[in-house]
Design a protein around this ligand. Structure first.
Ligand code: ADP
Length: 581
């Protein structure tokens, strides 16, 4: 059978830095459990005194004092054990979350397209939180559930081996019955974890797509999708309950009625003079607490089955290969050419090529434009340059160095992308431009000035301290793009990729963006994904994409003179724009 479940050992591997605290917590928990027998032993001793008719006030007070001291010590040890396990669990949770996030940040974009945000969230929060709960609580219970019954069993064996073995009968039945009847439970917990992910993903999609859903009256259909996920989730939950309720109830009843085994056998042994009255009483008392501590084991077994599928998800992510970083670096102050050598790429293995045999050479410091109909491969080409994805075959080079051989951070330093979709952090405008760099406020302001957005920011009551999202500040598409240009100016990367907006809200905005661009692109090697052809008439090179291939490249005049694809596009474009005017 395929070894699929990751098991408890993986939890302890994840918590390896906290093993000291966890072990101490478990040790203290075992001592505290051992002390929980204090009251029973005190009762036993008092019964002995009664049987022997030796009851005296000092003896009674002495035993009562011992009982109280045991209870106080037990409370103290329990609390210290909890502190140890909770600290270890929180530290581990924090460490796993950071590690998973760091690991994910090294994947290329494909991972995030294949996994819905809801799915990722489930792993990052719900699954990891379950590990935390397990470490904080179940490890202590696990130690208690194993060590305490074992200690008691050894003690009972020494007292009377027949009675000790009789006590094992309900325990064996309590384990065997659920194991025999719950064969499907582990599979169901896996299925449940998958259904939870799907439910989260569709809830997330539903909420994210709310504006479109409302606009197109898709509510019913979308609800349908959410309702379906919810139904599958609920059905699976019911199946899990059905599969576990009966076996567990039987096991609980068997364990709870353990006294029915020890009482008659003990009575029989007592009548045959093989068991003293005191030992008989002690066995009756111990039967009760033996099974309370053993019951914990059943609960932990259930929790660890549920933990298993969450662990699988965490392990799957941690085992995924990250994008391999190269070793070489290029100076950020240099000026570099770009080469696409015979590049082919498809998003899905065996699927249609999004780019086929693309060959492009762009001179250092040149202004270049990628043009072509929608879906022709322009965005894919520039994203391959930034290693958002890795090529299927061929090579992309910056300054003669393949991008795969550059250190990941260096590649990021060398390139600045200004896309139409601007991602804004829920933070101040200052931090939205600074983007984690150590630029001073003055440098941020200079960049914002060059990006023609400083005037707008200064007109806000809180200026650069204005937070995006709240305080009623909403940025127009043009303003967002200028923020994005300011970021790129501040980054001062030698290569700039600019995705021109398909429409501008007004002439003033367009004018400001043109000015901002002039400041951004000065002295850089630039690729502009252009939609409005008049903006790139002066480009050093225009590369024409069609259906994943480069069909033409050259200057505007050369391409017009050739009378081919670009010149037709130009004709259509000029007719449409003149028509608009
Ligand atoms: P352009 O930028 O010229 O509009 P794209 O590079 O976005 O074109 O798309 C090129 C081709 O790749 C299209 O057929 C598009 O459907 C496909 N494509 C783009 N992004 C993805 C993706 N994330 N997954 C699968 N196919 C994609």
């Amino acid at each position: 059978m395929e070894q699929k479940r990751t098991g408890l050992s993986y939890v302890f591997t994840l918590a390896k830095e906290e093993r000291g605290k966890l072990s101490l917590g478990m040790l203290l928990a075992v001592f505290s459990s051992a002390l929980s027998f204090g009251p029973y032993l005190v009762v036993y001793q008092i019964l002995l005194l009664i049987i022997k008719q030796e009851v005296t006030l000092p003896a009674m007070l002495g035993w009562a004092g011992i009982g109280i001291a045991a209870a106080v010590l037990q409370a103290i040890l329990t609390s210290f054990a909890g502190i140890c396990s909770h600290t270890a669990a929180f530290n581990t949770m924090h460490r796993i979350k950071v590690r998973v996030l760091e690991h994910m940040s090294k994947f290329n974009l494909g991972f995030f397209q294949e996994h819905a945000p809801g799915q990722i969230k489930t792993t990052l929060f719900d699954d990891v939180d379950r590990i935390e709960t397990f470490l904080a609580h179940s490890t202590l219970e696990l130690a208690q559930a194993i060590v305490v019954p074992l200690m008691m069993f050894i003690f009972m064996l020494r007292l009377n081996w027949i009675m000790a073995l009789i006590m094992l009968v309900p325990m064996i039945l309590g384990i065997a019955i659920p194991m025999a009847l719950m064969g499907r439970y582990p599979d169901l917990t896996d299925e449940f974890a998958g259904d939870t992910e799907k439910l989260n993903a569709s809830a997330n999609e539903f909420i994210t797509a709310m504006p479109v859903i409302k606009m197109y009256h898709l509510t019913a259909e979308k609800f349908e999708q959410y309702r379906n996920s919810l139904k599958i989730y609920t059905d699976c939950w019911i199946k899990m309950c059905e599969s576990s309720c009966n076996p567990l109830s039987i096991a609980l009843v068997v364990l709870d009625s353990a006294i029915l085994f020890t009482l008659p056998v003990g009575g029989w042994l007592y009548l045959r003079d093989s068991l003293s009255a005191a030992s008989y009483l002690l066995f009756i008392l111990l039967t009760m607490c033996f099974f309370t501590s053993f019951l914990n084991m059943v609960t932990i077994a259930m929790q660890s089955m549920e933990l298993g599928s969450g662990l699988d998800n965490v392990k799957k992510i941690m085992d995924m290969e990250t994008m391999k970083s190269g070793q070489q670096t290029l100076s950020q102050t240099g000026c570099y050419g770009i080469d696409f050598d015979n590049v082919t790429f498809n998003y899905t293995q065996g699927g249609k090529d999004a780019l086929s045999d693309v060959d492009i050479h762009l001179e250092p410091g040149s202004l270049n434009a990628f043009v072509g109909p929608s879906g022709a491969g322009k965005t894919t080409a520039v994203q391959l340059l930034g290693r958002y994805w890795d090529v299927s075959s061929g090579t992309i080079k910056i300054g003669g160095v393949p991008v795969t051989e550059l250190q990941t951070e260096n590649l990021s330093d060398l390139t600045a992308f200004v896309f139409q979709d601007v991602f804004l952090l829920e933070d101040t405008l200052l931090e939205n431009i600074r983007m984690g760099t150590d630029a001073t406020e003055e440098q941020v302001r200079q960049a914002a000035k060059a990006a023609q957005i400083d005037d707008f920011i200064m007109s806000l009551p809180k200026g650069y301290a204005t937070r995006i999202g709240d305080e009623g500040v909403k940025l127009s598409g043009g303003q967002q793009q200028r923020i994005s240009i300011a970021r790129a100016i501040l980054k001062d990367a030698p290569i700039v990729v600019f995705d021109e907006a398909t429409s501008y809200s007004d002439i003033e905005n367009e004018h400001k963006i043109q000015l901002a661009l002039q400041n951004l692109l000065r002295g850089k090697t630039t690729i502009m994904i252009a939609h409005r052809l008049h903006t790139i008439r002066n480009a050093d090179k225009i590369v024409v994409f069609q259906d994943g291939r480069v069909v033409e490249q050259g200057t505007h005049d050369e391409l017009i003179a050739s009378g081919s694809t670009y010149s037709h596009m130009w004709d259509t474009y000029t007719r449409e724009t003149i028509g608009e005017e």
